[in-house]
Ligand binder design. Structure first.
Ligand code: TTJ
Length: 685
């Protein structure tokens, strides 16, 4: 092997040996991904030449022997002798680590991102690599080899076979052509994947508008490709196709605007053309294309120096912020958002959004799990600035008015759905916690399964609850004792209300859900009977429960399922219990005294807990003898006002109301607006 270069080369060669020793350090892995990485290193160089405006064509060819070639029509890698290295610039590029963009700061200003380890790494990990440079009518050639050195007993990588030479072949082409064979000793597989390469080259064509990229795969014919892609239309399989290699050309005059259209090809766009902008701020080039569809997900594809950044980063933050700002301003300025209405959220503008964001900047820092997140905070503000400037000027073009109006309309829908969804989520969460609730030890459920016949008594206090459990007919009567006062639901949000155990227990027992999801068909009891003491506390509890039903189970009230149980205030009886009468208020007491006659005794009940099971049954539970009052809400709005006054912020009003209604057994708690209807159908105001 001809190798008689000066001392400079020795360090260079050691550099490439290091790459071969630890390929993972340079290309991530020695699998599929690493294999393609060494191709992208080469392609990136050609793309750079094109980005800088010196090339408009790149040809990539996968050869039958498994090698790959990349050719551009740029200026060609410099062929002159590098003053410091004393070898050709071509040799420096392929033997010096990180030398890729070192000669010309300006032209290579944006290179060196993810792939920026340089073309020398490709050389180090290839069996051989050949360079042709076409320049000034001449064709230059240089070749590198990697091989096992028997004398040194070690692998040597990327060794020049000979210095760069003028082949003498005349040409009118200009550009660079690299061909290399990935080394089988390095990679677990050396089979380049057509689908991977085509996907990336197509992406690069979108990202570099006007650039023509051709991909040819000599390993398969056109017809084989067609057959393999599932297109078995015999008409397409022509004679030429039987021998010609598969080849595809990508070129997009619209650049990333075409990219956005392509991404939306199978979707329904809200406006025909993507909104496209290209500009620069603080040395950062910013380009974006935006097109909304009828879909709901957001598809933002971002790139930094042509490298995808699926993990996002500061450029995406800037873009999103700018988008939200301009579109909210547009909505306000055009009165598409009423003065009272809150701004849209960013999410509202991104529903169904397909966007491509491509920026170019120096000194890129990639972060994140897969090193695909832009970590340069200084990128944020310029990108936001460009986004604002770009969208503003687009919005000012008359031809785009319809597009912007469509975006705002879509945001309106999104906002509405967002608000509804939040409510649904809350309800769902509530429902879950209700379903999961265990009522053991609380509810004494009836054994019968017919909701029409079943009754649920919500009883104030554990002791009365215990008595009621003894007194009830278990076939159709359930008892739910309430400990203490249930939460005053008036001033609470649904989630707080549902945090209350008493209330959850009640919802669970009724079985019909809550709020918007309340379903009467699932109701377990057609009579829900509130049984509270005939005193101020009992009245308060009754009001709280009614407020709860009114607020969160209004259909229950409207359908007449809610009742107020009326325990008697007095027992009027003979000493030997030969006569027993109950009086439910003071008027009735006189009546009953007369009925029982001389020698009567009176017992006044201070609460349900004072009653025996037998007494409770006779007076309050027995359907034949009890005194139930049906609660019907005639005027929901009026009732709500009353309840608000009772329970709400106007504390004075509540006190006054409570004091006015000293006779709790006859209290017309709802001041004539809510009618209390007797169980037998008689109405009383
Ligand atoms: C450097 O600055 C002077 C003019 O030429 C510039 C240059 O290097 N251009 C260039 C490099 N064009 N194309 C390449 C290139 C192409 C491939 C396919 C691979 C590599 C390593 C470089």
């Amino acid at each position: 092997m001809a190798n008689h270069y000066d001392a400079n080369d020795i360090t260079v060669l050691e550099g490439l040996d290091a790459v071969r020793l630890r390929p993972g350090m340079y290309i991530g892995s020695t699998g599929q991904s690493g294999l393609h990485h060494i191709l992208w290193e080469i392609v990136d160089n050609a793309i750079d030449e094109a980005s800088n405006g010196f090339a408009d064509k790149i040809d990539v060819r996968i050869h039958k022997d498994g090698s790959v070639s990349v050719e551009d029509n740029g200026r060609g890698i410099p062929t002159d002798i590098h003053p410091k290295m004393k070898v050709s610039a071509v040799q420096v590029v392929f033997t010096q680590l990180h030398a890729g963009g070192k000669f010309d700061e300006h032209n290579y200003s944006f290179s060196g991102g993810l792939h920026g380890v340089g073309a020398s790494v490709t050389n180090a990990l290839s069996e051989w690599l050949k360079v042709e440079v076409y320049k000034g009518g001449k064709t230059y050639f240089m070749e590198f080899h990697s091989f096992y050195n028997e004398e040194k007993k070690k692998f040597e990588s990327g060794i020049p076979v000979a210095p760069l030479k003028d082949t003498g072949k005349k040409t009118d082409k200009h550009g660079t052509r690299i061909q290399f064979l990935p080394d089988k000793n390095v990679f677990s597989t050396t089979e380049i994947q057509l689908s991977k390469v085509s996907h990336r080259l197509k992406e690069l064509a979108f990202l570099n508008k006007g650039l023509t990229i051709t991909l040819t795969d000599e390993r398969i014919t056109k017809n084989e490709f067609e057959a393999g892609s599932g297109n078995d239309d015999a008409m397409q399989l022509d004679l030429m196709g039987a021998t010609e290699p598969y080849s595809v050309t990508y070129c997009y005059e619209g650049g990333i605007a075409d990219f956005a259209s392509y991404l939306n090809a199978d979707k329904t766009a809200l406006y025909p053309k993507p909104l496209y902008y290209s500009g620069e701020r603080d040395g950062i080039l910013v380009e974006f294309a935006v097109q909304h569809t009828k879909e709901y997900s957001e598809n933002l594809f971002s790139f930094v120096n042509n490298i995808p950044t699926p993990e996002g980063g500061f450029h995406e933050m800037g873009f999103r912020a700018g988008l939200t700002r301009v579109l909210n301003d547009y909505a306000r300025d055009n009165k598409l958002l009423k003065e009272k209405e809150a701004n849209f959220l960013g999410d509202d503008f991104r529903e169904g959004l397909t966007a491509v964001l491509s920026i170019k900047m120096k000194n890129v820092q990639f972060e994140g799990q897969t090193k695909t997140k832009l970590g340069n905070p200084e990128a944020r503000s310029p990108v936001e600035g460009c986004t604002v400037e770009g969208l503003k000027s687009l919005a000012n073009e008359a031809k785009n008015k319809k597009s912007f109006d469509e975006i705002i309309k879509k945001a309106h829908d999104a906002a509405r759905v967002r608000i509804a969804a939040r409510q649904a989520k809350e309800t769902a969460r509530a429902k879950n916690s209700i379903d999961n609730l265990t009522l053991v030890g609380k509810l004494a459920a009836c054994s019968g399964k017919k909701a029409e016949l079943n009754e649920l008594f919500i009883v104030e206090g554990d002791s009365a609850g215990g008595t009621a459990k003894q007194a009830r007919v278990r076939q159709f009567q359930s008892i739910l004792p309430l400990r203490g006062k249930p939460l005053n639901v008036e001033k609470k949000r649904l989630d707080q209300v549902l945090a209350n155990e008493e209330i959850r227990t009640m919802i669970s027992a009724l079985g019909a859900g809550i709020g918007n999801d309340f379903n009467l068909d699932k109701l377990n009891y057609h009579k829900v009977i509130i049984l509270s003491d005939a005193d101020q506390d009992g009245f308060h509890i009754r009001c709280i429960l009614l407020t709860f039903f009114f607020r969160y189970m209004r259909p229950l009230v409207n359908a007449g399922h809610v009742y107020i149980g009326m325990p008697p205030l007095y027992k009027v009886y003979r000493a030997n219990n030969s006569v027993v009468e109950y009086a439910y208020d003071d008027d009735e007491l006189q009546e009953k005294i007369e009925k029982v006659g001389r020698g009567y005794l009176i017992q006044r009940y201070k609460g349900l807990g004072e009653m025996s099971a037998e007494q409770l049954w006779e007076t309050t539970l027995d359907p034949m003898r009890r005194n139930l009052t049906q609660v019907t809400i005639e005027d929901a709005v009026a009732a709500d006002n009353v309840i608000s006054m009772l329970m709400g912020d106007k504390v004075d009003g509540r006190k006054e109301f409570l004091n006015l209604n000293a006779n709790f057994n006859k209290q017309d708690a709802f001041m004539g607006r809510v009618k209390l209807k007797k169980e037998n159908g008689d109405e009383e105001e």
